[in-house]
Design a protein around this ligand. Structure first.
Ligand code: NFE
Ligand code: MG
Length: 559
């Protein structure tokens, strides 16, 4: 029998423009998949010829979600090139901001961008609030704002949306889909936390802004350090920050983690069947120093789910190629030599991707020639497998509570569980990071900036800023010639995970995660959305080139 093609374009509730095409057989099982970045931007090229000290403010425009990490990676790449070491206070303040962003990103991702793939909002309307309050207490001893009275008010609010016919941002779900598993009460508890999470993420933005000036697009970093000295020395501001983190910790313990246990329980058969499993190659660069030289995240590379064998991470093994991407230069290149000259080959006449040729703006990054998955799942698996004294206890606690094994995390639902555990870890370690800051200030170390004389810095240099950021490993690579930026490349988490096929056999992580998934209803491909959303895609990050000739770049078909 002939195969059928399903095109989803755009995938919504993500940042940027992603198209997914899948081929299904007569049993509605996905046999092939193509992930295509349809967004076209220009940041790497814009940076060429600039003063290296300006790169951070421009590079942070790569994304409107994870702005501070591009800012930081860019500034750090320039510092590495010049051999400038920043003061300990500056590193701590940078970490306070980045780790707060991790927590905010993860909460927003699960509740606002992804949970409605699991939560049938219409199902919540028939919930018995009394029973829902009792159920919530079965998932958590002290559930987060789940009294029957509060749940009654939430239900009324949802009914109000429906009765008024103004579903707004809830209008376009696959409501009633056969694979929604939650009971009406579980749907209601989740929706309650969806609304609470809106407030929590706003509070976290305030926490970030205490040290970063504002968010998104913070302003507190300069080559050599940070400008946040006034906030660092103001006890009221430190207290405001800690108060928000404490409130967030409460939400994670009493809502996010219990909801994740509920999710695992409802989708246990899908987890055991390995639904959404990708290549099993995981890459982490590690980082975030605290205390006495401890690292929050471990570094390492695991291949084919072989958790016993962890290679050291070596950034010089990273290349990007473009044999299936819309660029002229197909060859695998080191990011210092990376090339982003566009070569757009369009779609087929029927509006589908040219799946035999070039089909995406996303390049294909490879580690030692291998496709990699990056992100919270990679970090939790590598940390656990390396017996990290930080990660392993949190993972073990979640595994005991949910009945999951390590391999189970490498699935659609497991990726979410790993992200929730990571949010918990980051939140807890924000307190330790703040203690480091207070300890430093106590001993009269108030330095926040390393002085340098620009004219005395080398005119030729190269360096990289490589960090774990919410969606995985982020690398900014800068080459400086005659005191100006000669080449600039960002190799971004979503570029890794949304990678297309390359010259060699093999699919990118999104593509691989879709193979073998059976769709209940091909006209409502919710299972595809679930798998892709579980990576937390950000296509704005993944593509940063510009077409200087200004020709038409893409046509969009929404299906
Ligand atoms: Ni635009 Fe980002 C993160 C970076 S993405 S969100 O996290 O870097 O892939
Ligand atoms: Mg790039």
């Amino acid at each position: 029998m002939s195969k059928q093609k399903i095109i989803i374009d755009p995938i919504t509730r993500i940042e940027g423009h992603l198209r997914i095409e899948v081929e299904i057989d007569e049993n509605n099982v996905v046999t092939e998949a193509w992930a295509s970045g349809q967004l076209f931007r220009g940041i790497e090229t814009i940076l060429k010829g600039r003063d290296p000290r300006d790169s951070g403010l421009i590079a942070q425009r790569i994304c409107g979600v994870c702005t501070n990490v591009h800012y930081r990676a860019s500034i750090s790449a320039v510092e590495a090139a010049y051999g400038i070491e920043i003061p300990h206070n500056a590193e701590i303040i940078r970490n306070l901001v980045t780790l707060s962003l991790f927590v905010q990103d993860h909460i927003v991702h699960y509740y606002h961008l992804h949970s409605l793939d699991f939560v049938d909002i219409t199902g919540a309307l028939s919930a018995d609030c009394n029973k829902a309050a009792k159920d919530a207490a079965s998932w958590c001893e002290h559930p987060y704002r789940n009294s029957d009275g509060h749940l009654e008010a939430i239900k009324e609010k949802l009914e109000g949306f429906v009765k008024a016919g103004r579903l707004g941002l809830f209008a376009n779900g696959y409501w009633g889909h056969a694979t929604y598993r939650f009971t009406p009460e579980e749907n209601l508890v989740h929706m309650n936390h969806y609304l609470e999470a809106l407030r929590i993420q706003r509070e976290l933005s305030k926490a970030v802004a205490i040290f970063a000036g504002k968010t998104p697009h913070p302003q507190n970093l300069v080559v050599g350090g940070v400008t946040s000295v006034a906030d660092m020395l103001n006890p009221q501001r430190l207290n405001d920050f800690l108060f928000i983190i404490k409130e967030t910790r409460d939400f994670i313990e009493r809502a996010y983690i219990p909801d994740m246990v509920m999710l695992v329980n409802a989708y246990r058969d899908s987890i055991k069947a390995g639904e959404g499993r990708a290549v099993g190659n995981f890459m982490c660069c590690g980082g975030y120093r605290f205390g006495k030289d401890q690292q929050l995240f471990s570094s390492g590379v695991i291949k084919a789910h072989n958790f016993e064998s962890i290679e050291p991470f070596d950034s010089s093994k990273i290349t990007e190629e473009a044999s299936r991407s819309w660029y002229e230069n197909d060859a695998p290149l080191s990011p210092y030599e990376g090339d982003t000259t566009p070569f757009y080959t369009d779609l087929n006449d029927d509006g589908s991707l040219k799946t035999e040729g070039k089909y995406t703006w996303v390049k294909a990054p490879r580690y030692d020639g291998n496709v990699m998955e990056v992100g919270p799942l990679a970090r939790m698996i590598v940390g656990y497998s390396k017996n990290s004294p930080i990660i392993r206890p949190y993972m073990e606690r979640f595994m005991k509570r949910s009945g999951m094994e390590l391999i189970d995390f490498s699935t659609t639902v497991g990726r979410n569980a790993a992200r929730a555990v990571e949010a918990q870890i980051c939140c807890d370690y924000l307190f330790d990071t703040m203690s480091d800051l207070i300890e430093n200030i106590k001993y009269y170390d108030e330095d926040t900036w390393t002085k340098y004389v620009f004219e005395e810095l080398p005119h030729e240099a190269k360096g990289a800023g490589i960090f774990e950021v919410p969606r995985g490993v982020l690398g900014h690579f800068v080459r400086i010639e005659e005191g100006k930026i000669a080449n600039y490349q960002a190799v971004v988490p979503t570029t890794w995970n949304a990678s297309p096929k390359g010259a060699k056999e093999g699919r990118g992580a999104y593509e691989e995660s879709l193979i073998g998934i059976q769709l209940a209803d091909p006209s409502a491909p919710l299972e595809v959305l679930r798998a892709v959303h579980s990576f937390d895609p950000c296509l704005a990050c993944a593509v940063h080139v510009i077409d200087a000739t200004g020709r038409e770049l893409a046509q969009y078909k929404i299906s």
